[in-house]
Design a protein around this ligand. Sequence first.
Ligand SMILES: *Cc1c(COP(=O)(O)O)cnc(C)c1O
Length: 455
Amino acid sequence: MDSNLAADLADLPDLLTAARDYAAGVLDGLDERPAAASRPDLAPVPLPAAGVGAAKALELFRERWAPGFSGSAGPRYLGFVTGGATPAALVGDWLTGTFDQNAVTRLDSSAVDLERETVGWLRSMFGLSDAHTGTFVTGATMSNTVGLAIGREWLGERRGVSVARQGVGALGEVAVLSGSPHSSIYKALAMLGVGRDQLRTVPLLPEREAVDVEALEAALAEAAGPVIVVANAGTVNTVDFDDLRAIAALRERYPFWLHVDAAFGGFAALSPAHAHLVDGLAAADSVCVDLHKWLNVPYDAAVQFTRRQDLQVSVFQNSAAYLTVPAGDPDLFHLTPENSRRLRALTAWFTLAAYGADGHREIVERNIAAARRFGEGLATVPGARLLSPVRLNVVCFTVDRDLPALLDAVARSGEAFLTPTVHRGVPALRAAFSNWRTGAADADRVIAVLRELVS
Ligand SMILES: *Cc1c(COP(=O)(O)O)cnc(C)c1O
């Protein structure tokens, strides 16, 4: 055994204590760590032939790399839609690496059953039915990809071909309809061989990012044969929601696969005052929910749900003599693009076991209240105006200033991190509230920074 490796094995408990102490210090200082770091210009060094051992590697990391890491786990990182990691989720993450399960089969471990329990908890949290099976994937992009792959196979079933066996060319023309699809939908369509250009955007309601259901019906009537509809439950700019119930009802007249991208909007289901926004989610054929956003588990984790696990197996089955045959309750390498995979469910299991539905409802409602407060606070920022009502946890606004310079100044203040967008042709800023630590005081602090920077 390499001498460093042997020494680390002998010192393992001390090593873990050192890592624990360092991690505790990092988390303790999160409130002061700049939300966005100014990155030092570090050139890559060559691979060392002889290593330094884990304790020295930790020192190297602390000195060389950690200072340039962002405070994305902290309370005022409001860019994109970013969650942190609850204490229990972090414990789960450590133990995921500790046990290092390859969570794919029941042959040797109950890890897969833990995933099944966790998926059951999530299913009930989002109000889905027992008809929906779910599997962990790395993120919402992969969840959307799996959902659309199953939808693609469903189109094949309707047309009497198997895309999984014959290829997408056997399918003929494919139409995918959506109002305000997330960029990852286009990526998924490119990966699936359907093609980005097959997405037809359907007109939206006036002043909204939600699809006009009448226009969707017209597009369905125009399409010859079955199509895929991607409904959006929580758009990234203004967190708008398609009318899922009305869309699902259209299936009585037109055949289509209904995929719902509820990456973070699905968490509206936790708040009684907002649950109506995802009414009808259970009618979807496939559903995407991200967990590393609003569930506040570490990267990377999401779930894909579907009612047609049989079609899912047609696409993703990975049969070999030494593996199991997909039947009944298939092993997990028959269900998603990954074969070997970490026990990604453990972080979600821990946070749900620790805080339950009530604890996570409190996070969601506190974040929504913080977004509201931020939206109201903008009235005190000269030149700022909302571009949309604050529906949930993202505030979309603009300021009558040089926006890139303002964003840069916000980042350099260390107080917060915001990201840019364009909303209905207007250059804009977004503040997304989805971290378990974030509350009203953080909203006030960011408003104060903006006020100072623009006046
Ligand atoms: C974030 C997001 C995605 C993509 O999620 P990743 O986890 O980054 O892959 C897809 N759809 C919506 C609505 C999102 O907010």
